[in-house]
Design a protein around this ligand. Structure first.
Ligand SMILES: *Cc1c(COP(=O)(O)O)cnc(C)c1O
Length: 430
């Protein structure tokens, strides 16, 4: 008999318990496509007809989307390639709750349209009382683009040559600003800028003076820059891009600029990211003078940069809720990290693994140059690939031919998953 006639029918294969369960989360069409592909392989004689369901089940994706959740053992707290800040449980709950219909733009008591995301804006105002106006857009770059468009399109933005940064993936702040139709008026030099440089550039065409936090590099040596308080005396608006989203000063990061201090020093507007040191979802924060923020909010471009209800929900829960995972990781006690790493080492038996002192970093354009005392288990470099491609993927960092797994950003309850992943990776490599 023609073996093709033995290939089971689609509905029969779809009745397999694994595939039926997957169809409930992945959708019927996606699972059916995998079944059809497995049937096709059976018709070509590549697999036995009785293995069609197994082949389709083996091809099922690990989750409902192509995004894989990973364990961050890199020791980089805010890793842009790993999605920066992980959300708190409270923020995740808020996000899920907001996924259905919500009153995001409706006042339930009057039945009329209400200010979109007002609860989030209230929480932001409460967190930064020095800002009389607050607005939220899609990300930090969008916040800067909106400010440049409204305050300086066709005019000049005065900025120090020491602050013309590339933020990553080839995106450069000067290009971003000029894309709005504003002209950059560069002052000072790479290492030094003085108040007189700015003062000489101020004129009738000035839209604003911009101060950018050079968030991913540090210049050492013969350097000087001008504090916000001095710039504020120039008689033109000062916009400060603090980058990381630190709302108030924190002793752990003494050199990191924060929103409250910048506003108190006289900044008209502060722009920042929601998913860096704030520890929330991707968002751009605009904090400052109420009239100015209202002008930004009313500009047509603001509509194109609007955030969705999921972002508003996660941001509000981050602002009001418990310490986000980012700050739990930043403040992790090195002595406790060492105990966890030693326990991980012990669970690996006779594997080539050592406990080493290491330095974690903030990452994500925050606190460049700052090293956080940390501990890692050091493994053969060849385990990097199997760990990265395992389930769950575990990401470490390679240093001098060794793979370091720093547990700072791994929730302690998941240490045993790291241990199992390392053992599996080592067995696969043996
Ligand atoms: C990260 C950063 C940005 C861009 O913010 P996104 O939220 O990534 O768009 C802009 N300026 C500075 C100084 C930054 O550090």
């Amino acid at each position: 008999m023609d073996p093709r006639r033995l290939v089971p029918r689609t509905d029969v294969v779809l009745a397999d318990a694994r595939l039926a369960a997957a169809a409930a989360t992945l959708g019927h069409a996606q699972v059916k496509a995998l079944v059809n592909a497995a049937q096709e392989r059976a018709r070509r004689g590549e697999i036995a007809p009785e293995h069609v369901a197994d082949a389709a089940a083996a091809a099922l994706p690990a989750g409902p989307t192509s995004l894989r959740t990973v364990l961050n053992a890199t020791g980089v707290v805010l890793h842009t390639n790993l999605g920066r800040a992980p959300l708190s449980d409270a923020a995740v709950d808020a996000l899920a709750a907001a996924a259905g219909h919500t009153d995001v733009e409706l006042d339930l008591s009057t039945g009329r349209r209400a200010r979109r995301g007002r609860g989030t804006l209230d929480a932001l105002r409460a967190a930064v009382p020095d800002a009389t106006g607050v607005h939220v857009v899609n990300n930090g770059a969008a916040a800067l683009v909106l400010a440049a468009t409204v305050l300086a399109a066709g005019r000049e933005i005065i900025v120090s040559r020491g602050e013309l940064v590339e933020i990553g993936d080839g995106f450069r702040l000067p290009d971003l600003l000029e894309s709005t139709g504003a002209r950059l008026r560069e002052v000072g030099t790479t290492n030094r800028s003085a108040l007189a440089d700015y003062a000489a550039a101020v004129g009738p065409d000035t839209g604003f003076v911009l101060k950018v936090h050079p968030s991913n590099f540090v210049v050492h040596g013969f350097t000087s820059s001008v504090p916000v308080a001095d710039l504020a005396g120039l008689g033109v608006p000062v916009v400060v891009d603090i980058g990381s989203g630190l709302l108030a000063p924190d002793p752990l990061l003494p050199d990191e600029p924060d929103a409250a201090t910048s506003l108190r020093a006289g900044a008209a507007l502060v722009t920042a990211s929601g998913d860096k040191l704030l520890g929330g979802p991707q968002a751009g924060l605009l904090l400052g003078d109420a009239d100015l923020v209202e002008r930004l909010r009313r500009h047509p471009l603001a509509r194109a940069l609007r955030v969705d209800k999921l972002t508003l929900a996660a941001l509000e829960a981050t602002l009001r809720g418990p310490t986000p995972p980012t700050w739990v990781a930043l403040r992790a006690d090195p002595a406790r990290l060492r105990v966890r790493v030693e326990r991980l080492r012990e669970s690996l038996g006779d594997l080539d693994a050592d406990v080493v002192a290491t330095a974690a970093v903030v990452g994500g354009g925050g606190a460049p140059g700052l090293e956080l005392e940390s501990w890692a288990v050091s493994l053969p470099e060849r385990l990097a690939l199997p760990l990265r491609t395992g389930q769950p993927p575990v990401l470490g960092r390679v240093e001098r031919g060794r793979l370091l797994l720093d547990l700072r950003c791994v929730p302690p309850e998941r240490d045993s998953e790291v241990a199992s992943a390392v053992r599996r990776a080592a067995v696969g490599q043996a």
